[in-house]
Design a binder for this molecule. Structure first.
Ligand code: UD1
Length: 418
């Protein structure tokens, strides 16, 4: 077990390079199973979720090796359609492999996926979509078992715009016979990135980024080298860190467009933000004004993955805010930890009612999930005195070199083994 020790109140200054998006790399790695040709994914982030996905690919018989930060995948020797339960439990995105594994082997067996404990996270939309493509599904002893003679394109209407279901159906449809149309598809930038990757392999996918994605099945796919987009959630986390601590921070390789909902809120808080090509600069004088309300929504609305970080910011703003979580049921688990640091927050159902206090005070707190854990780190960086953040393994799932990057900006943060 490892923990962070943080001495707060340092302002943050300098620039930080944003990592490649976790939520792009994971489905792209899953997609690599679809082709027999070699694939190279460039500049991948060194995070546990990506390492676990690579382990799963290896279990499936693919050759997947690191070359620095690039990952080389040769799926020509893939020979296994079962995703072992110990790995599926580590990583929710293992469910994306259903689409590509069923496409490749016409059979797939996967243990129910894991990931952050932030609510029910059902996979019914993934399964309904696959059934529409001709897949027969049975569920037994914690496993989902899929079989099909042939995948056939169809029209699929999602009950809600699920990111994972949209991506999974895209993967299953790429080599299906005929055309698949996904309606009410999720519109996240990572879905557009997956489309770009699939088309680089020779697939015929269009419409990603809008609510209708059309996939015309092709017989064969080739190889390619691909650099996925930058991580908008990591970018957002560093911006909120700078807003809370005060100072001036520049993000390199960031997309302002992909986090415009966050930039809008941070400007409302009183931060000065300038954007130029792939750079975002944020200036903050530390004591900011509350935004009245934030509601998480599917893209392009405010991302649920930045909800915890923004709530932490609201806790030390002047005034009151209401944060509403519309996507995941139990995504306020970090709130009792923030209260230990002096926050005045009450959670009722899906709403957090925040009354701004002068500042956080250092405390020992526990990271229960990835983004909630990141929010606690930001709170500790802004807090008066010393904090300890326990169980940082959750944070390692999504942030590469987190403490190193924060330290480079002036944060007093160290990782310690216990
Ligand atoms: C993805 C992201 C995650 C982000 C989330 C929402 C990846 C690897 N993860 O997760 O970081 O927080 O999008 O932006 O890309 N739902 C169902 N049935 C289903 C599937 C989803 O009811 O079969 C519901 C969920 O409970 C949730 C909503 O749909 O309320 C959105 O979930 P979804 O978009 O599927 O999130 P993930 O793909 O799991």
């Amino acid at each position: 077990m490892e923990k962070y020790i943080i001495n707060g109140r340092n302002k943050l200054f300098g620039s930080v390079e944003i990592q490649t998006a976790k939520n792009s790399v994971l489905p792209i790695l899953a997609a690599a199973v679809l082709t027999d040709e070699k694939v190279k994914i460039l500049n991948t982030p060194r995070i546990t979720d990506v390492r676990n996905m690579v382990k799963i690919l290896t279990k499936l018989g693919c050759k997947a090796i690191y070359d620095g930060d690039d990952i080389l995948i040769d799926s020509s020797c893939a020979d296994c359609y079962e995703i072992p339960s110990e790995l599926a439990h580590e990583l929710r995105s293992s469910v994306f492999l259903l689409g590509s594994v069923i496409s490749r082997f016409h059979t797939a067996k996967i243990a129910y996926p894991g990931g952050c404990d932030i609510g029910l996270r059902p996979v019914d939309l993934h399964l309904t979509g696959l059934k529409r493509l001709g897949v027969e599904i049975t569920e037994a002893n914690g496993y989902i078992i899929c079989k099909c003679e042939k995948l056939r394109g169809n029209e699929i209407m999602l009950d809600c715009p699920s990111v994972g279901a949209t991506e999974n159906i895209m993967l299953a449809a790429v080599k299906a016979e005929g055309t698949t149309v996904i309606k009410n598809a999720a519109r996240e930038p990572e879905i557009e990135d997956l489309q770009k990757f699939l088309n680089c392999l020779g697939a015929k996918v269009k419409g990603a980024g809008s609510s209708t994605v059309v996939i015309e099945g092709v017989k064969n796919l080739g190889g390619c080298e691909f650099l996925p987009i930058s991580d908008r959630i990591e970018a957002g986390t560093f911006l909120v860190a700078a807003a809370m601590c005060g100072g001036e921070v520049q993000l390199n390789r960031a997309s302002a467009e992909n986090i415009s909902s966050l930039l809008h809120k941070l400007r409302e808080n009183g931060c000065k933000i300038h954007t130029n090509n792939d750079k975002i600069v944020l200036e903050s004088n530390r004591r900011l004004t509350s935004v009245k309300s934030i509601e998480t929504q599917p893209y392009p609305g405010f991302p649920t993955d930045l909800q915890a970080q923004m709530t932490a910011l609201c806790c030390i703003c002047h005034g009151q805010s209401i944060i509403t979580e519309n996507l995941f049921e139990t995504r306020f688990k970090y709130v009792p930890e923030l209260r230990k640091m002096g926050a005045d927050v009450t959670v009722i159902n899906r709403n957090a009612f925040v009354r701004g206090v002068e500042g956080f005070k250092g405390a020992t707190v526990v990271a229960h999930d990835l983004r909630g854990g990141a929010a606690l780190v930001l709170a500790a960086l802004a807090a008066e005195g010393k904090s300890q953040i326990l169980d940082v393994s959750h944070i390692d799932r999504g942030y590469a070199s987190f403490e190193y990057k924060l330290r480079k900006l002036g944060g007093d943060i160290f990782r310690v083994s216990i």
